[in-house]
Design a protein around this ligand. Structure first.
Ligand code: VGL
Ligand code: ZN
Length: 208
């Protein structure tokens, strides 16, 4: 088991949260259900509340595929059809507490290619998450959600490459584990890339 570092991390200006793909199709019973995927919702909600109270940006990302997407088995892709835009399966988990001012980032929207990383996903005005993070002067990105070894890992890789400090909330992520141990390997890779593996209990708000 990759060690999670227990520490206190005080959220501050320059921090943002990215809640990754907490959508019905990735929850148990969904088209691409992640084992215990619903277990990320409570810690994600706690984290959202911390960022919301501190008036820090909250990104909520979604896998947002057109019908017959190239990643689907019918197109010789790896996945069953999932997160087809405007369907129930693509909706955010009903228990996820999305702030009114959250920035929704959609990815995987182009039919011919898959896109696991949220950094180049787009908001409603067509700006990438990376552009938005830069314009908000974000230095540290906190990431949670689904799935550990796909969207979370690829977002961590892109964020590190783009120069952000990255914190992964390990109690608020779950993996698909197509092969046993995939999630564990992904955590090791994130750590190797310099991401800090922490838990939501490590997050603190500076007393006023
Ligand atoms: C994802 C598999 C297929 C993810 C998206 O968001 O992690 N995984 N599409
Ligand atoms: Zn997908």
């Amino acid at each position: 088991m990759k060690d999670t570092v227990h520490t206190h991390v005080y959220v501050r200006n320059g921090d943002a949260l990215s809640v990754t793909d907490v959508q019905n199709d990735f929850l148990p019973g969904g088209a691409l259900g992640v084992f215990e995927g619903d277990a990320v919702i409570s810690p994600a909600n706690c984290t959202i509340e911390i960022f919301r109270k501190a008036a820090l940006p909250v990104f909520i990302t979604r896998d947002w595929h057109p019908p017959h997407h190239s990643s689907f088995k019918e197109k010789n892709g790896p996945w069953p059809p999932h997160c087809i835009r405007y369907t129930k399966g693509a909706e955010f988990a009903s228990r996820l507490k999305i702030p009114d001012n959250a920035i929704v980032i959609s990815k995987g929207s182009s039919i011919e290619r898959d896109q696991y990383s949220s950094l180049h996903g787009l908001d409603s005005s067509g700006r990438t998450q990376d552009e938005l993070l830069k314009s908000l002067k974000i230095k540290r990105l906190f990431i949670c959600g689904l799935a550990t070894e796909y969207c979370v890992l690829n977002s961590v890789q892109d964020a590190r490459e783009a120069g952000y400090e990255v914190f992964v909330l390990t109690d608020a992520i779950r993996g698909v584990n197509v092969n046993p141990g995939d999630s564990e390997k992904a955590l090791e890779e994130m750590s190797r890339l310099g991401a800090m593996l922490i838990t939501t209990a490590d997050l603190k708000v500076q007393p006023a």
